[in-house]
Design a protein around this ligand. Structure first.
Ligand code: ADP
Length: 246
C-alpha cells in the first residue's frame, strides 16, 4: 500500500504554513527566565518552544569528571513528556543521548573552558513543545543561557535546519516538513567566527543544494543572532536601570 505524501509546497510557491521557502518562523527569545539557574533562555521558532538552563561554573561532581586544565561541559537535551502529540516517555531515549552529545560538542567550540579549570558547567535543554527543529532551537537557547550565566564565549551559536520538501530547499523546517520532506540538514553556526559547529544531514542533497542551503542558514543565523543580542542587551540594561533608580 502506498502512502500519499502531503503537498508541502503550494501552487503559489509557498509552504503549508504560508512561508516562503527562505522564510524563518517567527523567532522569540527571552533571557533569564528562571530565578534559580545561573543562566537561562527560552527560545521559540514558531510552535517549537525550548528552555535552556545553565548551572556553573561550579565544583565538578563527581570528582573524576574534573579536568585540571579546563571546565567540563555537560549537556542534557530532553523532550518533556507533554512536548509531542503523543506522550513521550520521560526516560532518555537513544536519540536524546546522541543529541546531547552533538550539542555539547557544538558548545565546546565556543566556550572558553580553559578559564575555569576543575569546574563543571551543566546545560539542561528541555523541549517544552516540539514542531521540528528542537535540536537547533535547543542549541540556540543553550548558548544564550551560557551567555546569561556570564560564561565567556567566543561567539553565540545559532542553530537552524535547512530542509528539502517537494524538491524545494527550505529554511527552518517544521514538524510536518520534517516528517514528509526529502532531506533535513540541521546546522549550528557561530556567525561572528564564520564557523559551522554542528552539521548533520538526513536524506539526499546535491553538492549545490548543500552550498545554497548553507548560505540560507548563515543569513538566518545572522538575523537570529541580532534577536539574541537584543534579548541579552535588554536584560542587562534593565538591570542597570534598576540599580540606578534604587
Ligand atoms: P528536531 O526536533 O531537531 O528536528 P528530529 O528531526 O529528530 O529532531 O524530529 C523532528 C520532529 O519530530 C520533532 O521536532 C518533533 O516534532 C517530532 N518528534 C521527534 N521525536 C518525537 C517523539 N519521540 N514523539 C513524537 N514526536 C517526535
Amino acid at each position: 500500500m502506498s502512502v500519499q505524501k502531503p503537498v508541502l509546497i503550494r501552487e503559489d510557491g509557498r509552504r503549508i504554513d504560508g512561508r516562503r521557502p527562505d522564510e524563518m518562523r517567527p523567532v522569540k527569545i527571552a533571557v533569564g527566565v528562571l530565578k534559580n539557574a545561573n543562566g537561562s533562555a527560552l527560545v521559540e521558532y514558531g510552535e517549537t518552544r525550548v528552555l535552556a538552563a545553565v548551572y556553573g561554573p561550579r565544583e565538578a561532581l563527581p570528582k573524576y569528571m574534573s579536568m585540571p586544565m579546563r571546565a567540563t561541559l555537560r549537556v542534557r537535551y530532553h523532550m518533556a513528556p507533554f512536548s509531542t502529540d503523543e506522550r513521550k516517555s520521560p526516560a532518555p531515549t537513544r536519540r536524546e543521548i546522541e543529541l546531547s552529545k552533538v550539542i555539547r560538542e557544538a558548545l565546546e567550540a565556543v566556550v572558553f573552558s580553559s578559564l575555569f579549570p576543575r569546574t563543571g558547567i551543566d546545560v539542561f535543554i528541555e523541549v517544552l513543545q516540539a514542531d521540528g527543529g528542537t535540536r537547533t532551537a535547543g542549541l540556540t537557547a543553550a548558548s544564550i543561557a551560557l551567555a546569561d550565566a556570564g560564561i565567556p564565549l567566543k561567539d553565540i551559536v545559532i542553530g537552524v535546519a535547512i530542509g528539502k520538501v517537494n524538491g524545494v530547499l527550505v529554511l527552518d523546517i517544521n514538524g510536518l516538513e520534517d516528517e514528509y520532506g526529502e532531506a533535513d540538514m540541521p546546522v549550528g553556526i557561530a556567525p561572528n567566527l564564520g564557523e559551522i559547529v554542528l552539521f548533520q544531514l538526513n536524506g539526499v542533497l546535491t553538492r549545490e543544494e548543500v552550498k545554497v542551503g548553507l548560505d540560507m542558514a548563515f543569513k538566518a543565523a545572522e538575523n537570529i543572532y541580532k534577536i539574541a543580542k537584543e534579548a541579552l542587551y535588554n536584560k542587562y540594561i534593565k538591570v542597570l536601570e534598576e540599580v540606578k533608580f534604587e
